[in-house]
Design a binder for this molecule. Structure first.
Ligand code: HEC
Length: 130
């Protein structure tokens, strides 16, 4: 009998732990969405903006207005989540250039940018989400 109860107790223990974790991450999400964070103090924001200011991005992009390219705010809102896959993808797009997502006009390629710098730029853009 003892041999049966032990694994059963373990199962219950693990199941309840898993449930607890889910709740916790949900709470964290709620907290961060109500907080007003000053994004300009974020090191990713400062690094990305610095790189963008040194490149040609701002001839085609503005934060809140569409120019040749979409506004950075629109880009941020489109890709709501700051996931690694999206950061890698958008950085690759900046380096290679291309069209079709926002319209027929193409973004010029930026072959001299490193993947790392392009990803830093993307992080800045995605922080502009509202
Ligand atoms: C010649 C104008 C031009 C320049 C310069 C330019 N872009 Fe773009 N960008 C565009 C256009 C046009 C699009 C929309 C492309 C599309 O519809 O797929 C775009 C799209 C983007 C997107 C969204 C891509 C997507 O697939 O949704 C990001 C992010 C971006 N640009 C960042 C940058 C950064 C960072 C720089 C500077 C290194 C830069 N752009 C320079 C015109 C430009």
């Amino acid at each position: 009998m003892k041999n049966l109860i032990f694994p059963l107790a373990l199962t219950i223990l693990f199941t309840s732990c898993g449930g607890g974790d889910d709740k916790k991450s949900e709470n964290e999400k709620n907290e961060s969405s109500t907080e007003t964070v000053d994004i300009t103090k974020n090191p990713d924001y400062q690094k990305g903006l610095g790189l963008i200011a040194k490149s040609d991005c701002l001839t085609c992009h503005k934060v809140d207005e569409m120019l040749t390219g979409p506004s950075y705010r629109d880009v941020a809102n489109k890709y709501a989540a700051m996931s690694d896959t999206i950061i890698t993808h958008l950085a690759g797009k900046i380096i290679k250039g291309g069209s079709g997502v926002w319209g027929e006009i193409a973004m010029t390629p930026h072959p001299t940018l490193s993947q790392e710098d392009a990803e830093a730029m993307v992080k800045y853009v995605l922080l502009l989400k509202k």
